[in-house]
Structure formats: structure tokens, C-alpha cells
Design a protein around this ligand. Structure first.
Ligand code: ATP
Length: 360
């Protein structure tokens, strides 16, 4: 096991105008499960491949377990990798697939067998050790790829979207298995995904990336509850955080956010925004439909029953706001709904920088 330190990693692919990673720094503690999350093309895979040694950075440094490995060959970094494609050998039985890396490293046959049996047991592959991959399901094949990675006793486990080829149900069950397995192993893990639920579920911390940079890196609850920017709030959550922009007005009872008809209390700490635009960020599940005593009124545009909840699309003074209501919620089209906005769920953003403002 080892700590992984990335310092100011810059990578520009030949012919590209923008940097794939732009001075990325990240410290992954010994035994930590770090997830890289972000939209397509934000640089997640490039960062992972640089840690693996499959891509060379133009500048910066990679330190694993206190050793500078920036220019070391992949096989000398003591890493294990699991990729999106199952990458199992079709002409080798499951046991030989799992033990392949060990055999290549000249590990004695008895030791290989012991480790293969251990990994097969952990990943529930014992009944399939004598089968060829063609006779396995997608989920079983992906478990073989994970088993092959964990038998190597690597310092660091690198995974690039390992669940993305699985169907929704398998993904869900394998996600939980993977979480349990990795926490038992305690191996330092760097995991790439563009699936936010997977990131929040698996990561000790989640590094949200955008345009080759890390927009925020924190515990899953922290990136979800306190998005450092409108980008992070708008990327995490399904549906994502609502943003409502207005102008701060000074009233006798304090500052209010004027939305062009209705208004909302603004924390005293933001009084410097008087006369200026300000953006409220609020999660759809934080808004409550109240019995007439809500702070805002929204006109119902669409009601979508989603099984475990009802998703409401409302219009507040021309701005669209999503509200997650209980599944039994009923209302007529165009009904005016009274919406309670709990002050403790409000996050405030500067519309110019789109960054979170400290109010506590
Ligand atoms: P995805 O989720 O789609 O895999 P990603 O976040 O992993 O995306 P990268 O694959 O790291 O993103 O790509 C970052 C940027 O670098 C993108 O703009 C991409 O087009 C570019 N890029 C990636 N690989 C290469 C390459 N081999 N040659 C040139 N440009 C590349």
C-alpha cells in the first residue's frame, strides 16, 4: 500500500489546442478510495494513464509511496489496473486468467493457485475457475478482471469505468461488492467514472474534474451538500441543483433576493451584494410544497411520477425550478404551488465567478 501524490501534472496531446490536464495536483492517502468524476473529455482517463505510466506528462511529478515514478515504466510502478473492456483472455480458463500476471512474474505454481483461490472466493468465482470466459456472464467476466488485478498485491489499484459495460442491475450489485472488497483489501485506489451515483457511493473522496482541472475534491457528502461552484452543483444530483438568480435589495427587515416579482431572505453575511446580482442554489429534494405558507410560489408545469418520488417542474418568475415531492403528490396543471425554501438548505453563489459564497 502507498500514498499517491500528483503535483502540477500538465498534459497536452500533440495537435491539441487545450491541455488535457492543467496543473492537476492531488494527494491520495494510503488506503484511500479516490474517485475522479467529470463529464466526457475533462481529463480523467489522461490523469489515470499518467499514474499508470501509459502516458507521459509534459510537466509535473507523480510520487507513489514516497518514490518519484514520473518517468518509470508501468511495470515498475507496482500498480494493478482494471479497464472498461473486460480484457480477459478468451483462450484461457478463469483460473489461468486470474493467475496470469502472477505466472508472468515467475511466482511459484503453488503460490499462484493459493492466490487465485483466495481472489475467486472473494469475488464468488470459485464455481467458474475451470470455465472459459465465453461461458460467463458480463458481470462474471468483469469480476475475473478485478480478481486478476487484486491478486497482484499492488500498491495501487487503478480502475477506469470498470462497471460501464454492465447492465443497470448488475452494475448496482457489483458496485456494492466492489465497495466491500476494496475496503477489506485497504488498497489505495484511483477510480475513474462519469457516473455520479457510482462516484458518491464508492469514493472516500471524489475529485470532480472540469476542462483538465479539479473543480472540487472532498468527501461525497461535502461535494453534494456544499458544491464549491455552480458547475459542481449542476453536475451532481439527478436532477441537479436549482439555480435562481436575482438582485439583492435592501428592505427594512434586511436583504432580500428580488426575483422580479417575488423575493426571498438573503443572509446578513451577504449584505455586501446590495444592488448586485446573486444566485441561490437549492437541491430539488430540499424544497417542500407547503400549505400556503411557503416563501415562494411556483406555477406547476410538469408533474412526473417517478415511483419513489414525484418530480415537479415549476416556474418561479420565469425561472425553472425542479422540486422532488413525495410519490403521492397530486396537483392540477398550472396550479400555483406554495414552496418552502429551508434557509439551511440554501447555498449562495456569485453569478460572475459562479463560486460558492461563505455565509457561516
Ligand atoms: P471520457 O469520460 O470520455 O473517457 P475523460 O474525462 O477520460 O473522457 P480524457 O480521455 O482524459 O477525458 O481526454 C481529455 C482530453 O484529451 C479530451 O479533449 C480528449 O479529446 C483529449 N485526448 C484524449 N486522448 C487523446 C489522444 N490520444 N490524442 C489526442 N487527444 C486526446
Amino acid at each position: 500500500m502507498a500514498e499517491v501524490v500528483l503535483r502540477d501534472l500538465v498534459k497536452t496531446y500533440p495537435g491539441a489546442t487545450a491541455r488535457a490536464t492543467d496543473e492537476v495536483s492531488l494527494e491520495i492517502a494510503d488506503g484511500e478510495f479516490m474517485v475522479l468524476l467529470g463529464p466526457s473529455g475533462c481529463g480523467k482517463t489522461t490523469l489515470l494513464r499518467m499514474v499508470a505510466g501509459l502516458e507521459m506528462p509534459d510537466a509535473g511529478q507523480i510520487v507513489i509511496g514516497g518514490k518519484d515514478v514520473t518517468y518509470l515504466e508501468p511495470r515498475r510502478r507496482n500498480l494493478s489496473m482494471v479497464f472498461q473492456s473486460y480484457a480477459v483472455f478468451p483462450n484461457k480458463k478463469v483460473a489461468d486468467n486470474i493467475g496470469f500476471g502472477l505466472q508472468v512474474h515467475g511466482v511459484p505454481a503453488g503460490e499462484v493457485r493459493r492466490k487465485v483461490e483466495w481472489a475467486a472466493d472473494l469475488l464468488q468465482l470459485t464455481p467458474y475457475l475451470d470455465r472459459y470466459p465465453a461461458k460467463l456472464s458480463g458481470g462474471q467476466r468483469q469480476r475475473v478482471a478485478v480478481a486478476r488485478a487484486i491478486v497482484m498485491d499492488a500498491d495501487v489499484l487503478l480502475m477506469d469505468e470498470p462497471l460501464s459495460n454492465l447492465d443497470a442491475l448488475l452494475r448496482l450489485s457489483f458496485r456494492a461488492e466492489l465497495k466491500k472488497l476494496v475496503s477489506e483489501l485497504g488498497t489505495t485506489t484511483l477510480y475513474v467514472t462519469h457516473d455520479q451515483v457510482e462516484a458518491l457511493s464508492l469514493g472516500d473522496r471524489v475529485a470532480v474534474m472540469r476542462n483538465g482541472e479539479i473543480a472540487q475534491c472532498d468527501a461525497p457528502t461535502a461535494v453534494y451538500d456544499d458544491p464549491a461552484s455552480q458547475f459542481v452543483g449542476g453536475f451532481l444530483g439527478s436532477p441537479p441543483m436549482n439555480f435562481l438568480t436575482g438582485t439583492v435589495e435592501q428592505a427594512a427587515e434586511g436583504s432580500r433576493l428580488d426575483l422580479g416579482g417575488q423575493s426571498l431572505t438573503v443572509p446578513a453575511a451577504l449584505s455586501a451584494y446590495a444592488g448586485k446580482p446573486l444566485t441561490l442554489g437549492i437541491r430539488p429534494e430540499a424544497i417542500e410544497v407547503a400549505d400556503g405558507d411557503g416563501a415562494l410560489t411556483g406555477e406547476l408545469q410538469v408533474l412526473e411520477p417517478l415511483g419513489s418520488s414525484a418530480l415537479l417542474t415549476t416556474d418561479i418568475d420565469g425561472q425553472t425550478v425542479k422540486v422532488q415531492a413525495p410519490p403521492s403528490f397530486r396537483a392540477d396543471p398550472a396550479e400555483r404551488l406554495s414552496l418552502r425554501i429551508p434557509p439551511e438548505a440554501c447555498r449562495w453563489y456569485d453569478p460572475e465567478t459562479s463560486l460558492l459564497l461563505e455565509v457561516r
